[in-house]
Design a protein around this ligand. Structure first.
Ligand code: NAD
Length: 483
């Protein structure tokens, strides 16, 4: 029987009110069940929020530097446990071990940096127009935070939300995606070991409708921090707007890399390969559109296809694997449906386009890295987020057309250009309609101390990471003192 994992409420590991559980399966080897997790419901959410409410007065009264000290300990413990956390993550969601080590490292770095906010939560002192008055603004906690997270960065993304929320003096309830509860259980255990007081951080596992919805609608929740699909984000936005809650949404992407005729083509191929097939294409910042200048389109596409064919699929725990499985079977079906859609739309399949079923792949949800050429900008495969290892090559006549195509999307997360021209690079940085712009780099990969987020259908509200996170998880109070 697979190991049983529980919710974490008020400092105790507890079974859900329903008594039901769900299984967490290794997508590289579907016969391996990593554990059974609590199928929670509104009752568990209410209990977790009550615990967060009870813990709030003491936690918000704890000096911010002291809160930061506990979070420093979280970073130290994450560092000590990095390898086992990464191995659990690869087993639960499939991405390769070098990437899951990177996911944990991101949480470590972010936690060290953000713990320092405990000594930096800066306000302002300004001269008042009133005589003999001191005037200042100070940052206060917002209150109770609901954090709802996806499965593709199972520790990094929860850390982006939990660590700034906690250092700013809020108490939190987190709900991980049902595909990656183990990584978040592991993260919460680290917080427990670091000495976070009971009720300050609570974990409830279960589905979006049974757990996510009540976490969003509960009247005591002051702030909702969500990362996931744009469709779910829209539901959360309307609920938060109705109930006057502060919220931020990090959502989907349809990111492009432009390859100009003056680009270093080898560098461009590597950037596209990492952007399109890293994390098996399951990144919000994945490069799923490759916009190529017609002069080098034939040569570049041949190089890209040849390099794609060298990628080794298999279990992400094996060091030689380049591309792991998709997170589950329904994601694999979705990717395959998009391949059919692209073929029916008239795009030319250059490589991939099938389930991968070789000896290293036969027990998991693997899909061949896939490249389409002759893709028109308005085709569905060029407009909709596929979230799998599928890249669409779109040929353009010049830079102006390339920029127009790159911006012709309802998303706006990350956008890249490969060029040796300072003129194109500068113009692109100013005019790409995206929150993050990359020159001669993949669309993915941002430091933890700079803002992460996008525009249009990709993001709403404050940026995550860096000092922007501390702004989101605090409310500003203006205070006067008279002698
Ligand atoms: P999803 O929207 O299906 O689920 C995200 C989370 O929301 C899960 O925990 C889910 O259980 C919960 N949820 C679902 N319905 C809900 C509801 N009605 N109310 C409250 N919670 C609900 O997304 P996913 O499949 O887990 O993740 C993939 C998506 O996440 C992709 O679109 C990807 O681009 C996006 N993503 C964005 C970023 C970013 O920073 N912009 C980062 C990673 C992933």
């Amino acid at each position: 029987m697979a190991k049983l994992f529980k919710n974490y409420i008020n400092g105790k590991w507890k079974a859900s009110a329903s008594g039901g559980t769900f299984e967490n399966v290794n997508p590289a080897n579907q016969s391996e069940v990593l554990g059974r997790f609590q199928k929670s419901n509104k009752k568990d959410v209410n209990e977790a929020i009550a615990a967060a409410e009870e813990a709030l007065p003491q936690w918000r009264a704890t000096p911010a530097p002291k809160r930061g000290e506990i979070l420093f300990k979280v970073a130290e413990l994450l560092l000590q446990q990095k390898e086992s956390l990464a191995q659990d993550m690869t087993r639960e969601m499939g991405k390769i071990i070098s990437e899951t080590r990177g996911d944990v490292q991101e949480a470590i770095d972010l936690t060290y940096y953000t713990a320092g906010e405990g000594r930096r939560l800066l306000g302002e002192t300004v001269p008042s127009e009133l005589k003999n008055k001191f005037c200042m603004s100070v940052r206060m906690p917002v209150g109770i935070v609901s954090a709802i997270t996806p499965w593709n960065f199972p520790i990094a993304i929860p850390s982006w939300k939990l660590v700034p929320a906690l250092v700013c003096g809020n108490t939190v309830v987190i709900k991980p995606a049902t595909d990656t509860p183990l990584s978040v259980v592991n993260f919460v255990k680290v917080c427990e070991q670091a000495g976070l007081p009971p009720g300050v951080l609570n974990l409830v596992t279960g589905s979006g409708s049974d757990v996510g919805t009540p976490m969003t609608e509960h009247e005591k929740v002051n702030l909702v921090s969500f990362t996931g699909s744009t469709d779910t984000g829209a539901v959360i936005a309307s609920s938060c707007a109705r109930n006057m809650k502060q919220y931020s949404l990090e959502m989907g992407g349809k990111n492009a890399i432009i390859v100009m005729d003056d680009a270093d083509l080898e560098l461009a191929v590597e950037g596209v390969i990492f952007g399109a097939f890293g994390t098996t294409g399951q990144r919000c910042t994945a490069c799923s559109r490759v916009i190529v200048h017609k002069k080098i389109a034939k040569k570049f596409t041949e190089m890209l296809v040849a390099r794609t064919k060298t990628l080794k699929l298999g279990d992400g725990l094996k060091p030689k694997t380049d591309v792991g499985p998709l997170v589950n079977e329904s994601q694999r079906t979705k990717v395959d449906n998009y391949v059919q859609i692209g073929t029916n739309e008239g795009a030319k399949l250059l490589t991939g386009g099938k389930y991968a079923t070789g000896k290293d792949c036969k027990n998991g949800s693997f899909y061949q890295p896939t490249i389409f050429a002759d893709v028109a900008p308005k085709m569905r495969i060029a407009q909709e987020e596929i979230f799998g290892p599928v890249a669409s090559v779109i040929r353009v006549k010049d830079y102006d057309e390339a920029l127009a195509v790159a911006n012709d999307t309802e998303f706006g997360l990350s956008s890249g250009i490969c060029t040796t021209s300072l003129k194109y690079a500068s113009h692109f940085k100013a005019n790409a309609e995206a929150g993050m712009v990359m020159v001669n780099l993949p669309t993915a990969g941002v430091d933890y101390h700079v803002p992460f987020g996008g525009r249009k259908g990709s993001s709403y509200g404050s940026r995550e990471q860096g000092r922007y996170a501390a702004e989101f998880y605090t409310t500003v109070k203006t205070a006067y003192t008279a002698p």
